[in-house]
Ligand binder design. Structure first.
Ligand code: URA
Ligand code: SF4
Length: 226
């Protein structure tokens, strides 16, 4: 959704600058094995940001996130809520492929974190969906995915929701119904966030005005469902 208060040209330029830095980055060991770094991609005005773990074989070849089998399932899950991959911003916790797709190491995640943080600050997504363990750990430290998947949390003007990694679902197809149920929460969460933020803004307006605008207004505390 276009927000007229934001300078999209400047944001696009800053995102391109980050992508350029990532492509030549040597801040961790992973740069040695990469064919192409995968900075992440999507529309500059995306409301939804999905964050995976690390590029795999296909991503490393193409320089794009989630273009292999896991990406295909991710696209199918997005289709459940009427979205395509072009509607969301997709990135990863680490931008270069770990050898043999091993798990990224803490020092690699730490070395790469600044890029993702800058991307989030520029994109200002309304909702961040974490895909899998490493991405979840950043926003839900210590949580267990089998326990907390689908349980959204509000973070200021944003909603965070831990989702199963599509590669995990491919290995455990019994998780597919849960994965679908979780993704179906996204439109409702976005609508709810919008409503809560509007209510809070109204509650902060001078009392007289608020009374005139919205006679039966509920207090914001009662609205926090995240
Ligand atoms: N798995 C991930 O976590 N990220 C990708 O980009 C592809 C597969
Ligand atoms: Fe740099 Fe991140 Fe690639 Fe490591 S994974 S080399 S920190 S871009």
């Amino acid at each position: 959704m276009i927000d007229e208060t934001r300078d999209y040209e400047a944001i696009i330029a800053a995102l391109q600058e980050i992508a350029g830095e990532v492509q030549v980055c040597t801040a961790c060991e992973l740069h040695k094995g990469r064919t192409r770094a995968v900075p992440g991609e999507g529309p500059v005005d995306a409301e939804i940001m999905l964050i995976g773990e690390a590029p795999g074989f296909n991503e490393d070849q193409q320089g794009r996130p989630f273009v292999g089998a896991a990406g295909k399932l991710l696209e199918e899950l997005l289709a459940e809520i009427g979205l395509t991959r072009d509607d969301v911003w997709i990135g990863n916790v680490v931008k270069c492929r770990p050898p043999q797709n091993r798990d990224p190491r803490p020092e690699e995640i730490a070395a790469c974190a600044g890029y993702l943080e800058r991307q989030i600050a520029l994109l200002q997504p309304k909702l961040i969906g974490t895909l899998g363990r490493y991405s979840m750990e950043k926003f839900f430290p210590g949580a267990r995915i089998t326990k907390v998947h689908g349980q959204a949390k509000r973070d200021g003007a944003r909603v965070l929701i831990p989702l199963f990694h599509p590669a995990y679902v491919l290995r455990n197809m019994s998780a597919l119904p849960d994965a679908k149920r979780d993704i179906h929460k996204i439109p409702r969460l976005l609508a709810r966030l919008e409503q809560v933020l509007a209510e809070e803004a109204a509650a902060q307006a001078p009392a007289e005005e608020a009374r005139q605008d919205e006679p039966g207004m509920t207090q914001p505390e009662q609205l926090s469902l995240f």
